[in-house]
Write a protein that binds this ligand. Structure first.
Ligand code: ZN
Length: 241
């Protein structure tokens, strides 16, 4: 018996991974959602569609439908099983079924992001680095592999954990200086030392609040243009609480 799909997960994977991964344009997106709705949501692996019917139900022109069906097939979102007088027989794939679309770390329930350990998980460490856009979370200095560390915003000794809400990438200087300071106090210390301006301090404090509310989730999918970041293996071993 086919495994029942968890639709909340599927929809999150579409927005978090599929759209940025294969660069779906708005027409491809509308068509993909429409096809998914009439196939997989109804527990049908395959669907037979006519060009006109599909154009009507997706509010697109027939020409647009044909070109987007081709591009969706090229991008691996669907397979054209048959094409004849009656229309297309299509097999629509969910993001999890498209090779390389959803990262392994996001597939396994026990690796759920809220519970995941950013220090032990290599993909997560890299995702934290990308989330910080390659800069120190505190002083905004550009990070290189030589000076990059991970830091607990709330130190472990004060009840902090290893989750993405409490782990940031920062430079080794900030890591050493922060020690047991609260993150906000440390940002003010950087202002006092002239390493942050007032405006930047306010922005960093806002990001800090967003981080702790869980609004700064790291994206586990590695964009091709950031392949270079792979070389910057964040050294969990070098990080301290
Ligand atoms: Zn720094």
């Amino acid at each position: 018996m086919a495994k029942k799909l968890k639709w909340a997960r599927v929809w999150a994977d579409i927005e978090d991974y599929l759209v940025p991964y294969v660069h779906l344009d708005p027409h491809e997106r509308a068509l993909y959602h429409n096809l998914l709705r009439h196939s997989r949501v109804q527990n049908k692996r395959r669907i037979c569609v006519s060009r006109k019917g599909l154009a009507q139900s997706a509010c697109l022109s027939v020409t647009c439908v044909l070109s987007r069906l081709r591009s969706l097939a090229r991008k691996g979102c669907l397979r054209v099983v048959n094409r004849d007088y009656h229309g297309h027989v299509l097999e629509v794939l969910t993001p999890n079924e498209i090779a390389g679309c959803v990262p392994n770390a996001a597939k396994t329930p026990e690796r759920d992001l809220e519970a995941a350990d950013c220090f032990r998980n290599r993909e997560l460490r890299q995702a934290i680095y990308r989330r910080e856009e390659g800069r120190c979370f505190y002083c905004q200095r550009r990070l290189s592999s030589r000076i990059m560390t991970l830091d607990h915003v709330v130190p472990l000794a004060q009840g902090g954990d290893h989750s993405y809400r409490n782990v940031v990438a920062c430079c080794s200087d900030c890591n050493a200086m922060k020690w047991q300071h609260k993150a906000e106090d440390f940002l003010r210390l950087l202002l006092h030392k002239g390493r942050l301006g007032q405006r930047l301090l306010e922005r960093r404090c806002a990001v800090l609040k967003a981080l702790q509310k869980g609004l700064c989730r790291p994206n586990l999918h590695k964009p091709a243009r950031l392949e270079a970041a792979r070389a910057l293996e964040l050294g969990g071993r070098r990080a301290c609480a």
